[in-house]
Design a binder for this molecule. Structure first.
Ligand code: G6P
Ligand code: MN
Length: 440
């Protein structure tokens, strides 16, 4: 059986231990020859890297493992690149979230003004990364789940449109499928989802079980009766539990489809901002929670020299998904995933060059996505406004245009007012000096 070589870009991420664990779980079905962790921050990565050494010594003895900050060592002869970089780290995420709050609106690090700021930081590094990978491994699959995924995917698609081995994907649909599975008492791997939208901005239209029965009406009924919680609720911070609970509100107002949880920010921006502490946002929650937990636990494991009783994984959906996606491609399994691809008629009344999120079967030649036909006016309006925001953000990056940036922020549902957009933009420009192109 062929053994695969993988590099994890963002080896020092809090998500890495979970991913390593998933690779260990899959070592028989998806055997690895070489695993490399790569990060630009060697210090952070070393903590996770030393944990990994112990993990592999006990559970993956024949694996050729190393961690490095050297691009050539990282990208040579690899089959898969798992990409989870975060330009600016959590310190900049804190600014993405807090600066807009100074002007009375939510930051939101993916689809809000925070995502706009984060997007303008991420694009340059993502493009550079893909070029670096291609220098050393022309055929490698690049599985990208760097946020803000919608903006990153749009930018990557413009530059590398001919490169058919880049897949943009997000784990939130899988998190939701696992949560539906839990409330239904069913195996989420057996669902066939019909999903449409943009990243963090989409809806499940149908969810067929293996007998062809659509479970969406059943899920709606259960959520209305009992509310909604993530499958791994015990491991979640309170803000995530509040987020899942909002699905009930969304279903009361817009009962057609099951919404992605991130839609709470765009449907209820005023309500959500009223619940927010401007001095303590999600970035603080992550830095004081997940960050501390994961790094402390990795240090402890490295010191003790055993992973017996280790608790480094806070959410295995993420790691499992990315490994299973690679497996589905490598072995042409054609499993179903919700992925981000160029529209080209998949949503038939949305422009062709939108990067949309839909279900696809994933095999050796990449995603073969399923069309969803025409969508109704409300959803079309929501999607097109957000799409315009995303495209203008990417235009602003490539054209180094202040005016495009202002237009992008004005169109964002969380911002809406042009004077406010200008103030937020000016403050973000100062905070992102050195990360952003100079907007003229
Ligand atoms: C979900 C999203 C990701 C996001 C992650 C963590 O899985 O799909 O895009 O990065 O949640 O968010 P958090 O706020 O916990 O860092
Ligand atoms: Mn995501």
């Amino acid at each position: 059986m062929k053994k695969y070589n993988i590099v994890i870009v963002g080896g020092g991420s809090t998500w890495t231990p979970g991913l390593l664990n998933s690779l260990v779980k899959k070592k028989n079905e998806f055997p690895l020859g070489k695993l490399i962790m790569y990060d630009t921050n060697g210090e952070r990565q070393a903590v996770i890297g030393e944990f990994a050494r112990v993990l592999f010594k006990e559970r993956y003895a024949d694996l050729d493992f190393m961690y490095t900050t050297d691009k050539e060592m990282a990208f040579k002869e690899v089959d898969f690149v798992f990409c989870q970089m975060r330009t600016g780290g959590y310190q900049m995420r804190e600014k993405d979230e807090k600066i807009p709050l100074q002007f009375g609106v939510i930051g939101q690090e993916t689809c809000g003004p925070g995502g706009f700021a984060y997007g303008l930081r991420s694009i340059r590094d993502m493009i550079q990364l893909i070029q670096d990978v291609r220098k050393h491994s022309k055929e490698a699959w690049i599985l990208n789940y760097t946020n803000p995924a919608a903006i990153v995917a749009e930018a990557v698609n413009r530059v590398f449109n001919d490169d058919k081995r880049i897949l943009n994907i997000c784990d939130q649909p899988v998190n939701l499928l696992r949560s539906y599975g839990k409330i239904l008492g069913m195996n989420p791997y057996e669902f066939e989802p019909v999903y449409f939208g943009l990243n963090h901005f989409g809806w499940f239209k149908h969810l067929y079980d293996k007998n062809g029965v659509d479970m969406v009406p059943v899920i709606k009924k259960i959520v209305k009766e009992r509310g909604f919680a993530p499958a791994d609720a015990e491991q979640r911070d309170k803000s995530w539990l509040d987020t899942y609970a909002m699905v009930e509100d969304m279903l009361n107002d817009f009962p057609e489809y099951l919404p992605n949880t991130y839609l709470q920010y765009y449907l209820y921006p005023e309500y959500k901002v009223s619940k927010m502490d401007p001095n303590h946002t999600r970035a603080n929650e992550v830095m004081n929670g997940r960050e501390k937990r994961v790094f402390e636990e990795c240090r402890r494991v490295a010191a003790e020299g055993t992973v017996e009783n280790a608790h480094v994984v806070h959410n295995d959906a993420h790691g499992d998904m990315i490994v299973e996606v690679a497996e589905s491609i490598a072995f042409n399994k054609n499993s179903l995933y919700v992925v981000i691809v160029e529209n080209n008629g998949l949503i038939s009344n949305i422009q062709d060059n939108a990067m949309v999120e839909v279900t696809a079967c994933l095999g050796i030649n990449g995603p073969r996505p399923f069309g969803v036909g025409k969508i109704d006016t409300f959803y079309k309006g929501m999607i097109e406004q957000q799409l315009a925001f995303e495209k203008l953000t990417v235009d602003a990056y490539f054209e180094e245009s202040y005016n495009k940036a202002l237009k992008a922020l004005t169109l964002n549902r969380i911002v809406t007012d042009a004077k406010k957009a200008r103030k937020i933009l000016d403050a973000l420009i100062v905070a992102n000096e050195g990360y952003w192109p100079e907007l003229k």
